[in-house]
Design a binder for this molecule. Structure first.
Ligand code: CAO
Length: 410
């Protein structure tokens, strides 16, 4: 079967999380992703959070599948020459170094347009042009500055980061969309273009509803929030749904840290819900009957449902509430995720063989295309494809490769 991005060559100068997640998706879609890494050390994540001594970490292997690895010292003159040759023969360059890192090596947008006019030059930085432009950024910094942290957590606790990597992986998804659009536009114009994503912007894009609520707040308290007091900014609202229908995480049996189910109250299934939890006595009670009436005592409403859910496991509640069409979701802990049969069966959790670590689990591709299937292949070892890539793409001779190995260029 052909792949959506077959024939697209990507020079992947990404590191850590944000960039690699984007190029991993390009690779899943069939692009030839050549990860260019500093010789000897490679992407810093190869050796971060190692669980097995001297073996590429899961941090690296889970973010770099389906790629080829080329070691190349871009601070060495010959290394930079090789990089330029590669860029002239490629479609996309992706990088997420700190501000100015590639410029310092003479790899500028101006020169790229001259040397490789069809190349799409894609970057992730912490921030867009302006006051914060020169600052480096990591996941939680983007969460802090994009509006996520101040709105996450409980009212009486500190700003909280979310486990979902919306700063890094969230930026990666935005960058993917932008690169694909640029590839499409190149069909019309014949030209590449500069593609940039700021992590702060990506997080803010994901916090859109909180800015909606900020503006609503200027006209009065937010009735659907569980909070009693409101200041000038949107408060942390714990597990409130944030949408038009109220929701909350409710305790289940046996009461472990993740024995919770998230339940949303849709008005048209409210009666069924009351019957299911044995509270027919509340049917037609004016204080409980309409969404507006319930809004003023949501704590009480959810405590009433919880009195029933806490007698059942989250799986039992899921089954019984689904049977009556009540939207709900058990809180999956990471053990639940990796053992879930439907996630395994649909390829969202896949087992991959690795020559150094044996088998490991990877999160598969959520991108489902009927004409471009994804087979997750293990991440490359450092420099595993250096000779292969330089021979195949640039036609370098074995003697030249040997000399470059000796000089430490590759
Ligand atoms: N050969 C030789 N040198 C190489 C190389 C290669 N193949 N690839 C990269 N390098 C060098 C760069 O030239 C640069 O060197 P200089 O600093 O001397 O110019 C250096 O490696 C990388 O610099 P950096 O600023 O990117 O690295 P850092 O560890 O200090 O900062 C980070 C890391 C993530 C904070 C920074 O890269 C950043 O802000 N990136 C943009 C935002 C981002 O993507 N953050 C997501 C991080 S994931 O949580």
């Amino acid at each position: 079967m052909s792949k959506a991005l077959q024939g697209v060559r990507v020079v992947d100068m990404t590191h850590v999380q944000a960039g690699p997640v984007c190029t991993q998706m390009l690779a899943w879609l069939g692009a030839d992703v050549i990860k260019v890494e500093p010789p000897r050390r490679g992407d810093v994540t190869r050796s971060q959070l190692r669980d097995i001594p001297d073996v590429d970490s899961l941090y690296f292997t889970m973010l770099n599948s389906n790629k080829r690895s080329l070691t190349l010292d871009i601070k060495h003159e010959r290394g930079r020459e090789i990089l330029w040759e590669l860029l002239r023969k490629s479609d996309v360059l992706v990088e997420n170094f700190g501000p100015g890192a590639l410029d310092r090596q003479g790899i500028t947008w101006e020169r790229l347009q001259e040397e490789a006019p069809r190349l799409i030059y894609a970057s992730i930085k912490g921030f867009g042009p302006g006051s914060y432009e020169q600052a480096k950024a990591y996941e939680t910094i983007a969460q802090a500055m994009g509006g996520a942290m101040s709105t996450t957590g409980f009212e009486d606790g500190p700003p909280t980061s979310t486990g979902a990597q919306i700063g890094d992986s969230g930026s990666a998804v935005h960058l993917l969309a932008a690169i694909l659009a640029a590839l499409l536009q190149r069909h019309q114009t014949g030209r590449g273009q500069r593609v940039q994503i700021a992590m702060q912007h990506a997080v803010l894009n994901l916090c859109r509803v909180k800015i909606r609520d900020h503006q609503r707040l200027q006209r009065g308290p937010l009735a659907e929030y569980p909070n009693q007091e409101f200041g000038h900014a949107v408060p942390r609202s714990g597990n409130a749904s944030g949408g038009g229908q109220p929701g909350w995480a409710l305790r289940c049996r046996p009461g472990g840290p993740n024995d919770f189910i998230y339940v949303i109250i849709q008005p048209h299934v409210w009666d069924r819900l009351l019957r299911q939890i044995g509270r027919e006595d509340l049917l037609q009670n004016p204080a409980w009957d309409t969404p507006e009436a319930r809004l003023s005592h949501l704590d009480d409403v959810f405590a009433t449902i919880e009195a029933w859910t806490s007698q059942h496991t989250k799986w039992e509640v899921f089954e019984q509430f689904n049977a009556i069409d009540v939207p709900c979701g058990p809180v999956f802990d990471t053990g639940d995720i990796v053992e879930d049969q439907s996630l395994r069966a649909t390829g969202m959790i896949v087992e991959v063989e690795h020559p150094q670590r044996g088998s490991y689990l990877n999160v598969g591709s959520p991108l489902r295309l009927s004409d471009s299937s994804v087979e997750v292949r293990r991440a490359p070892l450092l420099g595993e494809h250096s000779d292969e890539v330089l021979q195949e793409v640039l036609g370098l001779e074995p003697q030249e490769l040997e000399a470059m190995h000796l000089q430490g260029v590759i």
